[in-house]
Design a protein around this ligand. Structure first.
Ligand code: AMP
Length: 429
């Protein structure tokens, strides 16, 4: 075939698209309960926005951005994540001068030039939240609990929340120095990526997945030994809240996350199915205190989290948790030579009253029409032949029970109302 999807991209169609909407709607509705407001921001931003915020030492900026010069020679990037754009929008629109915190939720595609593999795409979708303009650690708790409860509501049973603190800037500085000292002694035995990480950001070595490096990483200095009193207290307060709320977590001192703006709390949600399939991180987030200022706003901090919709969908699919499409209310089956004017009035009237409806115009056999009705998951088929037209009495068949009714044309809407009222909530007084 001449045209196929680009590597790392995918079409989302039919039941998959239905379930993407289901996931996004469920998350949006929970976000509204938490008083988050929707933000829709551009997909393209200035390249420098991401370089400044996500950070020059992150893999995202160093290797994965879709950057290009536009026709006006501007350096543009397809967003590789949302947080930087959300903060830019909050700053541009001066929202921090009104009510703080600003609570934003978002959803849409992001782009990263990564090596495609199972659950890893070059264009994928994220849903996330940000709370900006508050320093209270309870805001971290709010984000963590939002994610935890949202995954429960999607039906995920074995969510593992992993949490860590990166400490404040000073704690991190001390810690990084110790890491450099430690890893410099062992770097000759470590992978090529770690050599690079040692130069750019030694914290990222802790994230290395190379088996042979693990024993060296295991014995590395721990952040907990370098935390300031305030950072330690902040972290313990968060863990206490999670304990009280019954949110289970594991503290993993190796969790550093890939984006450079994080400080203090970082967390991720991991999922392993009952069958033992490990889906890795399905969402993650953390606290940031320099980002808003870095992007030109006031000196305030924020906290956020984002989920990858593709990974959530894959888990739903593999664990029989997919939502089912409601299907059609009515499928019209014309038999013989029925006037198009009559049919057009019939399907338009039904739709005008808010019932979902389609019609078979493409095949002539009754059995194939009926199969089409079933494939469309229709609740009722309306069979229209010459007799129905002459008598103004329609034949309506309940697809599931196979029960057949004779319905006077003028009574059709009230018939549908009565028989579909449990499924639908139509407003057409
Ligand atoms: P991050 O912005 O890197 O913290 O990623 C947040 C979430 O987005 C992850 O937990 C994944 O669920 C998802 N994600 C990240 N990268 C990819 C990718 N290349 N393909 C699909 N999902 C991804």
């Amino acid at each position: 075939m001449e045209y196929t999807v680009l590597k790392g991209t995918h079409d989302i169609i039919n039941n998959e698209a239905y379930n993407y909407s289901y996931i996004e709607n469920l998350l949006s509705n929970i976000a509204k309960i938490y008083n988050f407001k929707e933000f829709r921001i551009p997909i393209i931003e200035k390249t420098s926005l991401f370089v400044r915020s996500v950070g020059e030492s992150s893999d995202v900026v160093r290797k994965e951005m879709y950057s290009f010069l536009d026709k006006g020679e501007r350096e543009i990037t397809l967003r590789p994540e949302f947080t930087a754009g959300i903060i830019r929008s909050i700053v541009n629109n001066k929202l921090l001068f009104n009510d703080v915190p600003v609570k934003a939720f978002y959803c849409g595609p992001v782009f990263r030039y990564e090596r495609p593999q199972l659950g890893r795409y070059r264009q994928f979708n994220q849903f996330g939240i940000e709370i900006v303009g508050s320093n209270s650690y309870l805001r971290d708790v709010e984000c963590i609990v939002f994610g935890y409860n949202a995954l429960k509501m999607l039906g995920f049973k074995d969510v593992r929340l992993v949490i860590n603190t990166l400490g404040d800037a000073n704690s991190r500085k001390l810690y990084k120095e110790k890491l450099v000292e430690y890893f410099s002694k062992h770097i000759d035995e470590m992978c090529a990526d770690c050599h690079e990480r040692l130069e750019i950001n030694p914290l990222r070595i802790l994230d290395c997945k190379n088996e042979d490096d693990q024993h060296i990483i295991f014995n590395a200095p721990k952040i907990s030994d370098f935390l300031s009193k305030e950072s330690n207290e902040r972290f313990q307060n968060i863990l206490n809240c999670l304990d009280i709320l019954g949110v289970e977590y594991t503290v993993d001192e190796k969790l550093v996350r890939g984006l450079d703006y994080y400080s203090e709390t970082v967390f991720e949600y991991h999922y392993t199915s009952e069958k033992g399939i490990n889906y890795g991180a399905i969402g993650g987030g953390g606290f940031y205190n320099n980002l808003v200022k870095e992007i030109g706003g006031p000196d305030v901090s924020g906290v956020g989290l984002s989920f990858g919709i593709e990974r959530l969908f894959n888990i739903l699919k593999d664990n029989n948790l997919l939502a089912k499409d409601d299907g059609l209310d009515v499928y019209i089956i014309p038999i013989g030579n029925i006037s198009n004017q009559y049919l057009s009035v019939l399907f338009t009237t039904i739709r005008d009253y808010g019932f979902s409806c389609d019609i078979n115009l493409e095949s002539s056999s009754f059995s194939s029409s009926f199969k089409k009705a079933e494939r469309n998951n229709a609740k009722f088929a309306i069979i229209v032949g010459e007799e129905e037209i002459n008598t103004h009495i329609l034949t309506v068949k309940n697809i599931e029970t196979k029960e057949q009714f004779k319905v006077v044309e003028n009574d059709l809407i009230s018939f549908l109302d009565k028989n579909l009222e449990e499924d639908n909530d139509h407003c057409h007084e």
